[in-house]
Structures are given as structure tokens and as C-alpha cells.
Write a protein of this length. Structure first.
Length: 623
């Protein structure tokens, strides 16, 4: 019995211990996390407690203005940590329900660092939709932080990154409207990828939309992607939204986007994310001038032919007086409003009639000043204006602005008004004329537009320098590598020139083959010429094969049909400073420049000869 009892007791204890162990194993299986997740959770907790977050900044470039629009803040965990990469960091935070906590710390770190570095432009902060609907949306913690740091809310852009779908668009709309009311702007990231689609764009109405890098990568060789970007631009323009292209890594992508007209760009081409950003190098914008065929509208144009000189009214003028003017002068579509001779607004006949045709409109508004009803932000242009810039302004305006007039000034003071339809016709005619006479390869203005521009400057006695640019050793290159690669050399020189001129003062002409002319209004024209030569030298070497690069040139047949060695291609420039009192026409200018170029060609390598003869009867000399 004792034996049996002992055996039974031993068996019972053994079974109990096994049962407890089994329960523990099951509980462990059900509730314990993998070791890797435990480690990650502890690491996240440590990072949050110690605030071990490092903000990096990536510039967003405005290629038209050649400056930084702002910086996108990107967060990194500690070096060597398994949560150093942002993807891992935010994945663990989302899994553990600490996403909002982490994002708020990231915002604080980014804002404080941005302020400390005194970086220019706007700060783009990545925010997931879920956190916008949390407590920060209700209590305004971000705005409180901005007030403490002393950072202007108008410089902040909330960039919505859709890692997860938006399930409640009504709440999301309310959240983004709340931020806009506080002064923030809103951007939608990665349009065309994941959940960031057209519905999010239409519902949230952001000020900026970023095109996903998929549509930017290789865009220079993919017409479908180019058409997609153009379509997005058209939609964005119609709802007054700005488009940012991200993921630009190659100069060819940058150049193609410039040609399309997309000016806000971001990517490794400009800079990788860094802790202490530096000013973007000017060389990065060497291909950032306007698209093909726009050089003619980059020169200041005289608006006098489409300007109607008529009296303006003071901003305190009562509407009853406006009614009298419109009644007596039926041809007037609008009245300029001035203060001390300077325009402050525009009142259209259409706006006036909408007031007076309402019931009791006359009785309600007769004695009110025009300042209460005028358009206080009309299009105001100086009588000599760069039409390319005006064209961009009009394209970004709403339809009511296009139907209106514009105001013309002389040195800031009111001169008269003009019809925007006449202005658009002037721009279109100029573009069509330049396109008709443009070089088919570079799309630069040819002989006719160039001669017209030279004649215009001579007539107005606007001093200029004319430079004749010609390639050295180009024929040998063309014979060796063929016309297709030869065209690349010509395009390279055209791009170098575009990047070095001032659109508003200088004019490029491509008069055939590898011959180019520049009318310089810029005072530093000599420095610009040297920069063109240097940029070309840096770029053309890459168009030669490796063996030719190594030996510094190529072997080809010379003009006598004999095999000879030709150095890497260079640029010869002949410059002339015509005397506008003694030169009779653009033909005289052309002769002076051609003489200078001929002498420059006799010098080896990159050369520049300045013709001392300023008119055809003058004496030539070397400078």
C-alpha cells in the first residue's frame, strides 16, 4: 500500500509539475513576443526617453529662381541602433501604439534644429494621417511649440505621408483645414504611389503635391512619364496647387523637368539629407533656364503699344462717382485705383455692375469708397517687362483675373491700363515668331530674331556686347563619332550658354551648325563667357571615348585629307562692343563680331578676343 501510495503520490506530483510547465509554455506561446520584437520595443523606449533623434534636412529647389524653397526634415535614430533607419523606427512605433508620441518628438527636434541652423525657406514636416486625428489636432501642441521656439507658422508645411489609407476623409479634411487656419500649409506626398491618389488630392486640397519618384526616374527617356507630369501640372495649376518632383538623381532628369516647366525639384541631384545643409552650388542650376524657345520672351518688352493712357481714381472715390464714369465712358472695362500716384487696386465694370444690379444696390453702396470693392491685388507691370515671367503669372491666375485688365506703371507710378487678352496675344505672337525662326536642334532663336533684337537695342541706344561663339576641333569630332554624338556637343554648348546668361538682359541666338551669338546686356559679360568655356570643358570630355580622353584628343583627317591629331574640343569667343552712334545696323554689329571670332579661332584652346574696333571704320586691336 505504501509503495502504491508512494507511486501514486509521485505520479500525481509529476503530472502536476508537467501540467504547470505545459500551462507556462502555452502562456508563453500566447503572450510572449519574439526576442527581436522585445529588443526593438526596448530600443524604441530608450530612444524616446533619451530623445535620441537626429533631424536631417533635404533641400527643395526652385530652379527658376535658383534658390531653395525649403527643406524636408527627415529623422534618423542613433548610429548603430537597429532603429537608425526611419522605416524601422516608425514601424515599431506603429506596432506598439507609440506613433503619435514619436512623431511629436520628431516635430519638436526638427523645428528646434531648423530654427537653430537658421535655414532659409519653409520647413516640410512628414506627418501620417492617423496622428493628425489625435490629440495634437485638438489642442494645438505643434502651434504651442512654434510659439515657444519663435518660429513662424507660415513657414511650416505639414507633409502628409500616406503609409496607411485614409479611412475618414471628413475628419482628415477638418484636420487639414484646422492647420491651414493656424497658418500652416499642407503638402501631399508621393502622388501616384500607394494610397496617395487623386481622391486625397481633391479632398484635402493641399498647397503642394509631390509626384512619386517612380514617374521621375528615367523621365528623360520615357515620353509617357513626361506626359503624366504635364497632366499633373495642368490639374495643379487649375486648383492653384504647386507641384514638386522628388527623386531627381541625374542631370538628364533635371533638364527634362526644366523643359517641361516643373520648377520645384528635390532629390540626390541637389543634395542628400544632411545634418547641416550648405548653400546649393550655382553649378547645379546650369541647366535651369526656361524651356526651349523662351529666350525671346525673356527679354524686357515694351508694353506701350498695348497700353491705354487714361485717368485713375483715388481709393476714397465714392461708387456714385464711379457709376458716372462708367456711364459716360462705355468703352472703359476697368478703372485703376491709386494712392499718391501709385496703383493700389483695380475696379472692373463687371464687379461694379454686380453690386448695382442687386436689389437696393445703389442705395446700399452709393456713398461707399471704391477701396471696399476693388481688386487689391491686380496684375501690375512696368512698361518694359520680361514677358516670360508675366506668362507664368497669368498661367497661375484664376479665370476671373484673365478676363480682367492689368495696370501699367513707369518707375512704379501709374501710367495706364491694358487688356490681358492683348498681353497674351503679344506673348503668343512673340513665341510663335521665335519658334518659326528657331534652330531645329537647340530651339534657340535663329538669325531673324537675333537681328531684330540687335536692331531694337540699337534703336533704343541700349549698350550691349555681342559675342560670337564657335567650337574648335568640332569637325574632327563629328567625323570620328558621327552626327548624333556631334549634336550632343552642340546641345551641351547651348545648355552651358543658357545656364550662364541673365534671361532678363541677355539674348542667345543659334545661327547654324556650331555657331552661336550672344547679346550681353549684363555688365559681367566677360566673367560669364569664361564660365561658359569652363562648363563646356568640364562636360565635353565625357562625350569622348575612354582612349581619346586618356590621350587628350582624337586622330582624324584634316582639311588636306591627311591623318592628324585634334585636341579635345574647346570654345573660341570673339567679342565686340559696337558704338551705337556710329554703327548703322545689325549688319555692322555682325561684321565686328565675325572679325573678332576669326582672330580668336587662331589661338589654341579656349580663347576670347575682344575687338577694339567699335565701328566699321575703326581700328582693330587685341585685348
Amino acid at each position: 500500500m505504501r509503495f502504491e501510495s508512494n507511486m501514486g503520490q509521485g505520479k500525481s506530483c509529476s503530472m502536476w509539475r508537467c501540467s504547470v510547465t505545459a500551462m507556462r509554455v502555452v502562456k508563453s506561446i500566447e503572450h510572449a513576443k519574439p526576442v527581436s520584437e522585445v529588443v526593438m520595443d526596448r530600443e524604441l523606449d530608450r530612444i524616446i526617453k533619451l530623445r535620441q533623434l537626429t533631424p536631417l534636412f533635404m533641400p527643395i529647389a526652385n530652379t527658376r529662381e535658383r534658390k531653395v524653397l525649403g527643406y524636408e526634415a527627415l529623422i534618423r535614430g542613433p548610429e548603430g541602433s537597429p532603429l537608425h533607419a526611419p522605416a524601422s523606427l516608425f514601424k515599431v512605433a506603429h506596432r506598439t501604439g507609440r506613433l503619435l508620441e514619436l512623431e511629436l518628438l520628431c516635430r519638436e527636434a526638427s523645428i528646434r534644429r531648423f530654427k537653430y541652423l537658421n535655414l532659409p525657406g519653409k520647413l516640410f514636416l512628414n506627418v501620417t494621417p492617423a496622428t493628425l486625428l489625435e490629440s495634437d489636432f485638438q489642442c494645438g501642441m505643434t502651434l504651442d511649440l512654434l510659439n515657444k521656439v519663435g518660429f513662424d507658422a507660415e513657414r511650416m508645411v505639414i507633409e502628409i505621408t500616406e503609409q496607411f489609407p485614409i479611412e475618414d476623409y471628413t475628419l482628415m479634411r477638418d484636420a487639414t483645414c484646422h492647420y491651414r487656419e493656424l497658418g500652416f500649409e499642407v503638402a501631399l506626398d508621393d502622388l501616384g504611389a500607394g494610397y496617395a491618389g487623386l481622391r486625397s488630392w481633391s479632398e484635402l486640397r493641399p498647397q503642394y503635391v509631390k509626384i512619386d519618384r517612380h514617374f521621375i526616374e528615367g523621365i528623360d527617356g520615357t515620353p509617357i512619364k513626361q506626359e503624366f507630369v504635364r497632366t499633373i501640372q495642368d490639374v495643379a495649376r487649375s486648383i492653384q496647387c504647386q507641384v514638386i518632383a522628388e527623386g531627381i538623381e541625374r542631370v538628364e532628369e533635371h533638364r527634362t523637368l526644366n523643359d517641361i516647366g516643373l520648377v520645384l525639384q528635390q532629390g540626390y541631384y541637389f543634395s542628400r539629407p544632411v545634418a547641416m545643409p550648405k548653400q546649393l552650388e550655382e553649378n547645379l542650376f546650369r541647366f535651369s533656364n526656361g524651356g526651349a524657345g523662351t529666350e525671346g520672351v525673356g527679354i524686357p518688352q515694351d508694353l506701350t503699344p498695348i497700353t491705354t493712357v487714361r485717368p485713375a481714381i483715388d481709393q476714397q472715390t465714392q461708387l456714385c462717382e464711379v457709376e458716372r464714369i462708367f456711364r459716360e465712358q462705355s468703352d472703359i472695362k476697368s478703372l485703376a485705383v491709386v494712392s499718391q500716384g501709385r496703383p493700389v487696386g483695380l475696379l472692373s465694370r463687371e464687379t461694379f455692375l454686380s453690386l448695382y444690379l442687386n436689389p437696393f444696390g445703389r442705395e446700399l453702396h452709393d456713398r461707399k469708397p471704391v477701396s471696399e470693392f476693388m481688386d487689391s491685388n491686380p496684375l501690375i507691370l512696368e512698361e518694359c517687362t520680361v514677358l516670360a515671367q508675366v506668362n507664368q503669372q497669368i498661367n497661375q491666375s484664376d479665370a476671373s483675373r484673365v478676363r480682367s485688365d492689368f495696370i501699367v506703371t513707369h518707375q512704379g507710378r501709374y501710367l495706364g491700363t491694358g487688356s490681358i487678352f492683348d498681353l497674351l496675344k503679344l506673348i503668343t505672337d512673340l513665341q510663335l515668331r521665335n519658334a518659326r525662326h528657331a534652330n531645329p536642334l537647340t530651339q534657340l532663336p535663329g538669325n531673324v530674331p537675333f537681328n531684330d533684337e540687335a536692331g531694337r537695342r540699337m534703336q533704343k541706344h541700349e549698350p550691349f556686347v555681342v559675342c560670337y561663339l564657335d567650337l574648335d576641333n568640332f569637325k574632327a569630332f563629328n567625323d570620328c563619332y558621327g552626327y548624333e554624338r556631334g549634336d550632343q556637343v552642340i546641345l551641351l554648348l547651348a545648355q552651358c550658354m543658357k545656364s550662364c546668361i541673365d534671361d532678363s538682359r541677355d539674348f542667345i541666338g543659334h545661327i547654324g551648325g556650331d555657331d552661336f551669338l550672344i547679346l550681353f546686356g549684363s555688365d559681367d559679360w566677360l566673367e560669364r563667357c569664361r564660365r561658359i568655356q569652363q562648363l563646356f570643358t568640364d562636360g565635353v570630355i565625357n562625350l569622348y571615348d575612354a582612349d581619346e580622353r586618356a590621350c587628350g584628343g582624337i586622330y582624324a583627317l584634316d582639311r588636306k585629307g591627311e591623318r592628324a591629331f585634334f585636341d579635345i574640343a574647346t570654345v573660341s569667343i570673339g567679342a565686340a562692343l559696337p558704338d551705337l552712334e556710329l554703327c548703322r545696323s545689325h549688319h555692322d554689329v555682325s561684321v565686328l563680331a565675325t572679325d573678332a571670332k576669326r582672330i580668336a579661332k587662331k589661338q589654341p584652346g579656349n580663347s576670347l578676343f575682344i575687338n577694339q574696333r567699335r565701328w566699321l571704320g575703326g581700328q582693330a586691336g587685341v585685348a
